[in-house]
Design a protein around this ligand. Structure first.
Ligand code: FAD
Length: 488
């Protein structure tokens, strides 16, 4: 088995390391930062607050479990999680509050009571979302779309022929506007486009399968927070002999003729027969392979949205808030026009607040809460971020204070801000985009970079900027596809 280098200890890189080590490869992971996790890092603020830095919603937990099972370990010895119920607390701009219960029937009943919409509307929609997921996920998320063999299986041909009915010609918003009689439900389901950094007014209706992940298959909370996923998998990787080299960014992928031969860092030159890049595919080509022809069309695909996050230590508890809380703006269309057309932040953006101290009490002092407060924003294109951060901070405080009937500003005891340039610097993601390229056009799934290089033998790609896309589950699937390509 080959000596293999992985560039980046993001969740995709860690999962690839586990899989390749399980297949007997000698794996070294090079990480630019002082520790692992990438976007999935954690931070602490003075006063006793801990936060998950990036992802907060966790679905498809079996994709983590299977990494432990692959090497005969019991996942529960490393990593535990529970199904969240309720999943989300929604606060609409008109003052109505809605609880998304884990049970679909109970959620539909809540919608009927609070919004006066027949429960059957929600149940019918969720059933269709589940069918769309079942028809496509196996094909479009779990296999390389760039190998001819993929298209020879009857299962894949069936999925391809079902695509038109699943909605390639209409947008997600049009699908939801047709399915629901109440604009608040349209807004609620349109928000799922942001789960891969897209715009519901442009993204194809096919993405209406995303709600099934949360409502049908469940949202989960890992014991100790999301960072525990990275921690437990690094522990497993180290047990399997994977070497992690921190603060050692790869500066160049070395090649001879048409294959990779190793990597160069500031410290040394290393020989490797296989190299897997977990860093964003754009800087991989631009900085590590400057002499290779880059796949320009792929690299120029529009980026997904980024995020502006305020990490706040809050000197009070709010029993009406759960792990996931959404404070909706009045004008959702305006919000997405601002992000994707005007490259700015609307005056009244929707606010997402994630609080883990209710489940992990050590994340905040007694009587306090750790608020991860996030707004969707465009990726960095040289905007005046200092001004946008100040303006948006005021807008966020106005919206949450109004919804909660309490001035939140004076409760902030500790604060840290992460903006798109900061995300780009810390993770090398192009423009600080959270999910690589967006899914705002019909063929986006086919235009993501493949999990392998068509030019250089021995070069592979995993993580959120390549197939099948961003988000924890898809990064884990990219690792599985890379391992299958290498080992089969
Ligand atoms: P990344 O996390 O992008 O890590 C790449 C790593 O490569 C970094 O550690 C970087 O330092 C390293 N690196 C880069 N260049 C080099 C180099 N030259 N040499 C060595 N190392 C290098 N997903 C969800 O599923 N649910 C959510 O709720 C969610 N919310 C999010 C909220 C925020 C604020 C953010 C930032 C992301 C969110 N995501 C969410 C997306 C999810 O976090 C990412 O899709 C996923 O973590 C990306 O993992 P990755 O494998 O692509 O690697």
């Amino acid at each position: 088995k080959q000596a293999t280098a992985i560039i980046g200890a993001g969740i995709g890189g860690i999962a690839t390391a586990v899989r390749l080590a399980a297949h007997g490869h000698r794996v070294t992971v090079f990480e630019a930062q002082e520790s692992f996790g990438g976007k999935m890092h954690q931070l602490e603020l003075p006063g006793g607050y801990r936060f998950d830095g990036g992802p907060s919603l966790f679905t498809l937990p079996h994709l983590v479990d299977e990494l432990f099972q692959l090497v005969g370990r019991n996942p529960q010895d490393y990593f535990r999680y529970q199904r969240l119920d309720p999943i989300t607390q929604y606060f609409f701009a008109d003052g109505i509050r809605l609880t998304a219960w884990a049970d679909e029937g109970r959620f539909a009943q809540e919608v009927e009571e609070k919004l006066g919409v027949p429960a059957t509307e929600v149940l019918r929609f969720l059933r269709r979302s589940g069918q769309a997921y079942e028809a496509t996920a196996g094909t479009f998320l779990q296999k390389s779309l760039h190998k001819a063999a993929t298209y020879l299986s009857p299962e894949v041909l069936k999925a391809l022929t079902s695509l038109p009915q699943l909605g390639l010609t209409s947008t997600m918003h049009q699908r939801h506007a047709a399915a629901f009689s109440d604009p608040r439900l349209v807004q609620l389901f349109d928000r799922f486009a942001t789960y891969n950094g897209s715009d519901p007014y442009q993204a194809p209706a096919t993405l209406s399968l995303i709600p099934h992940l949360e409502h049908g298959l469940g949202a989960y909370y890992p014991e100790g927070g999301i960072y525990a996923i990275a921690q437990s998998l690094v522990r497993l990787a180290e047990e399997l002999g994977v070497q992690f080299r921190y603060q050692e960014p790869v500066l160049e992928i070395l090649t001879a003729a048409d294959r990779v031969t190793g990597v160069r860092t500031a410290q040394d030159v290393y020989d490797f027969g296989l190299v897997v890049s977990n860093m964003d595919v754009v800087p991989t080509y631009r900085h590590l392979l400057p002499r290779q022809p880059a796949p320009e069309r792929t690299l120029r695909q529009p980026r997904s949205s980024s995020a502006l996050i305020f990490y706040w230590g809050i000197a009070r508890r709010f029993p009406e808030l759960g792990v996931h809380n959404i404070f909706f703006s009045e004008d959702y269309k305006r919000e997405f026009e601002a992000i994707f057309q005007e490259k700015t932040i609307a005056d009244d953006p929707t606010v997402y607040v994630n609080i883990t101290s209710g489940h992990t009490p050590t994340d905040a002092p007694p009587g306090h809460e750790n608020w991860f407060v996030m707004v969707n924003v465009p990726h960095d294109q040289g905007q005046d971020w200092a001004a946008l951060v100040q303006h948006t901070r005021q807008a966020v405080l106005r919206r949450v204070s109004r919804a909660l009937g309490t001035e939140v500003g004076p409760l902030i005891q500790a604060e840290h801000v992460w903006d798109p340039p900061g995300i780009a610097t810390r993770t090398s993601s192009f423009g600080g985009a959270l999910y690589g390229s967006s899914s705002n056009n019909t063929l986006a799934a086919f235009l993501r970079h493949p999990n392998f290089s068509g030019q250089l033998e021995g070069l592979y790609f995993c993580g959120g900027s390549v197939h099948p896309g961003g988000g924890i589950p898809l990064c884990l699937l990219s690792a599985r596809i890379v391992s299958d390509l290498i080992n089969n």
